[in-house]
Each structure stands twice: as C-alpha cells, then as structure tokens.
Ligand binder design. Structure first.
Ligand SMILES: C[S@@+](CC[C@H](N)C(=O)[O-])C[C@H]1O[C@@H](n2cnc3c(N)ncnc32)[C@H](O)[C@@H]1O
Length: 242
C-alpha cells in the first residue's frame, strides 16, 4: 500500500467523525495531561484538529502541535478561539519545533502511524531532546492482538445499516509489525475507501525506545482515570526524562 501522511486529512476527518468512531475522551485526556504540567508548555505529536489540544489549552497550558496534514492543520486553525495553541507543519518523527516543553504527548494511537521502527525510535529520541530533566512523555496506544489475524489477514464489519455498511480488511506483516488497513464504506451511490498503514509496537518495545532516549517509565495504566493495566486493549504510559 502506498500511503502518504500528508493526504491523511483528505479522507480521514469524515471517517473519524462517524458516531461509532468518536472517542469521547477529550475531557478525561485533557484533565489527565493538565495535571502533569500545570500552567506549563505542552507539545502534541500529530495534533490533528485539536480535539484534545484545545481543551488542554483551555485548562491553562500553552500547546504547540506538530501536524503532517495541511488539511488537518487548517481544521485546527478554524477551531482555535482564545486558546494558546500553535501548529507547526512537519513530520513528528523529527519533532521540528524550537525549545523545551514540560510535557510531550502522542495520543489516539497516533504513534503507530509512524511506519517504521527507525522513525519511531527517532521520534522518541527527538521528543526526549525537547524535555528538561524531569519532563514527561505520554503515549496512548494499544496492546497488539495477534488473535485478530488468521493467515495474517482479517476482515471485519464495522457498521451495518439499511442502505450502507462499513467493512474493514487488514493485512498483517508479523515480522515488521505492520498492518495495512482498508475500511470501505459501501453505499448505493458508490463506495468510499479509507486507507491506513500503521506499525504497532509492543509495550515492552516502547519502554525500550524510551530507555534508549534517556526516559524511564513511571506508570502504565488502562486509561486516563488510572484504570488497572490488564495487558490488553488501550493504555496510557508516562515516561520521565532522567
Ligand atoms: C488519529 S489522528 C489523531 C489526532 C489527535 N491527536 C487526536 O487525538 O484527535 C492522527 C493525526 O496525526 C497526523 N500524523 C500522522 N502521521 C504524522 C506524521 N508522521 N507527522 C505529522 N503528523 C502526522 C495525522 O495527519 C492526524 O492528524
């Protein structure tokens, strides 16, 4: 699959805003993040349209975001009111911003959109370089589930309606930990394709990437409210710069 991240904003916003795909965790996420750096400077990797950055800025932080899709960045700029939020266009693996931040965060499994292990390692190292000693790096991700795949493939049904359906097709490269995903909306008036390519990391691999960058894990919880980590599903990990 040939997949260009700059094109993300061309097809994803419609998909991401479908009622069943909405995360509804903006309040919990921004409350959790604000408590880690009260009144401080935060950097979001893959800020999108500011779903969490805006409520976080509303809680008194200055937020800078890196975003690869000009369309998503334009959406953010439309959404910003009085909040102190700024967006920089670029690849968040490079963390192309100036200065230090009390908190760097990457949520909604966005870290997995970096397509190679090399870019993920580089990203964590660059993020750590923008933290002072004691600064925090937060990742929200999921524990991969190999049971989803049979012969390294899976198909699934996301939505079934009277006149439409959304099905998904995944191809799994076990060695590279990469998944090509195509979600297809079938409708009477035609089909819409929502492609995606991601590379998942295991929680222990993320710990190792952090360790290589001079960060130590301080917590790993099952959610924003400190739910118990069960070893499956989504989690929130916090790392501190040594
Ligand atoms: C799943 S969305 C999440 C947006 C936001 N963090 C949120 O929680 O609503 C992922 C975002 O990351 C951006 N993105 C993906 N890969 C990127 C990269 N390598 N560099 C910069 N932005 C990237 C996409 O364009 C998209 O806006």
């Amino acid at each position: 699959m040939d997949y260009d991240i700059a094109a993300y904003g061309e097809h994803r916003p419609e998909y991401d805003s479908m009622s069943w795909a909405l995360r509804h965790d903006e309040d919990e996420a921004s409350s959790f993040l604000a408590a880690l750096a009260p009144g401080g400077r935060a950097l979001e990797l893959g800020i999108g349209t500011g779903r969490v950055a805006l409520p976080l800025a509303g809680r008194g932080l200055k937020v800078v975001g890196v975003e690869g899709s000009p369309t998503m960045a334009a959406g953010l700029e439309r959404n910003v009111g009085d909040e102190d939020v700024e967006v920089v266009i670029g690849d968040f693996a490079d963390v192309p911003v100036e200065g230090e931040f009390d908190l760097v965060y990457c949520i909604s499994e966005t870290f997995f959109l970096l397509p190679t292990q090399e870019s993920q390692v580089r990203c964590v190292r660059n993020a750590a370089e923008h933290l002072p000693e004691g600064g925090l790096f937060v990742i929200q991700a999921f524990v991969p589930d190999h049971d989803l795949y049979c012969a390294n493939q899976s198909t699934g049904t996301r939505v079934v309606g009277d006149r439409n359906a959304i099905i998904s097709a995944r191809r799994h490269d076990r060695a590279e930990q990469r998944v090509e995903l195509q979600s297809i909306q079938l409708r009477e008036d035609g089909n819409t394709f929502y492609p995606m390519l991601y590379r998942y990391v295991w929680p222990s691999e993320l710990d190792l990437m952090a360790q290589l960058a001079g960060l130590t894990r301080v917590s790993r919880a099952g959610g924003w409210r400190g739910e118990r980590y069960t070893g499956s599903g989504e989690y929130v990990a916090v790392y501190r710069k040594n």
